[in-house]
Design a protein. Structure first.
Length: 320
């Protein structure tokens, strides 16, 4: 653990901050962004909207200052790929999916993944049926070269299976999942509050599973021990970066381990109590406005630090 928060995150340094207050932000070697609730404020907040111009401009500025960015999300590859390419246009930085259960390189290579064991999947399916809820289990597989060659969400439980799920993936039947695929996550839901409570109670004590939340209507299930922090560890090993050199921005319970694992942890203003409790800093603004605030601070800090520490008259790189 690298976070030094005591449950009361400090505000981000302001416009008049001393250069040395900005030093940790200037020296960050990687920025990790949660998507839903952090970089993205709501369902209709997409890169196609006018509101994304500021975010894209900040990504370009940070790229110019050689600060790589990546994402850590509960989404599948299909739902995160386009956003990851916007955040990291160079496609050289891996990103974290399925709440940490998969790490995928910009070229689609599956770098690391954690799977739910078959016994736990069976117990989860039985618990969903007993509670009267619904679930999607998510399966993926890489080909012989390590390239991800498919993702398959499989429906179980009550009601009718949706044709597609929110990542845009076609919902498959269990017999359509190819041999060698691994189950890396599950989403559980119910419209009735009592059924949802039974669902949560039914899966939280199943051996081999862990339950988290991102503020959506889903109960999010991962393999036991799988977190965004575990995904980050695989990513950093690939990039040869220390956790203390990383800045992470998040908003909810599924970001807690990630925020606790990095040197500069920032939660947005409307973050959950658990996310705030492990963060060193909190933004003034909620959701994407807070993410913009934090990214703007890093851009400013990097520019000021470079100006203060020139190298032979050329633009210096404080990350080296």
């Amino acid at each position: 653990m690298h976070s030094t928060s005591t449950g009361q995150p400090a505000p981000l340094p302001g416009a008049l901050a001393d250069i040395f207050e900005l030093e940790p932000f200037a020296l960050a070697k990687l920025i990790v962004l949660d998507l839903d609730g952090t970089l993205i404020s709501h369902a209709n907040d997409s890169p196609a909207t006018e509101g994304w111009k500021r975010r894209v401009g900040l990504f370009a500025s940070l790229n110019y200052y050689r600060v790589p960015l990546t994402i850590a999300t509960g989404r599948a590859y299909a739902g995160a790929r386009r956003l990851a390419e916007i955040v990291s246009p160079q496609k050289t930085t891996p990103f974290i999916l399925y709440n940490g259960s998969a790490v995928i390189a910009g070229d689609g290579t599956l770098i690391a993944h954690t799977a739910i064991e078959n016994d736990a999947i069976r117990n989860l399916t039985e618990a969903v049926k007993r509670a009267g809820g619904s679930a999607l289990t998510y399966w993926l597989r890489a080909d012989f070269s390590g390239q991800l060659d498919g993702e398959w969400p499989v429906f179980t439980g009550h009601g009718s299976a949706p044709e597609r799920e929110f990542n845009g993936l076609i919902v498959a039947s269990s017999d359509q999942v190819p041999p060698g695929a691994s189950c890396v996550a599950a989403l559980l839901w119910a419209e009735d509050g009592d059924v949802r409570a039974r669902l949560h109670e039914g899966v939280r004590d199943i051996e081999g599973l862990s339950v988290t939340a991102s503020g959506s209507r889903f109960i999010e299930v991962r393999p036991a021990g799988s977190t965004k922090a575990l995904g980050l560890a695989a990513l950093l090993q690939n990039m040869k970066i220390e956790p203390s050199q990383v800045m992470a921005i998040g908003d909810n319970d599924n970001d807690v381990e990630l925020l606790a694992a990095v040197g500069i942890s920032i939660c947005v203003a409307n973050a959950s109590a658990s996310a705030q409790a492990v963060s060193r800093f909190k933004t003034t603004y909620p959701s994407s406005s807070g993410a913009i605030e934090a990214l703007d601070l890093v851009t400013r800090a990097r520019r000021l630090w470079i100006g203060r520490h020139p190298r032979h008259g050329n633009r210096a790189d404080p990350g080296n």
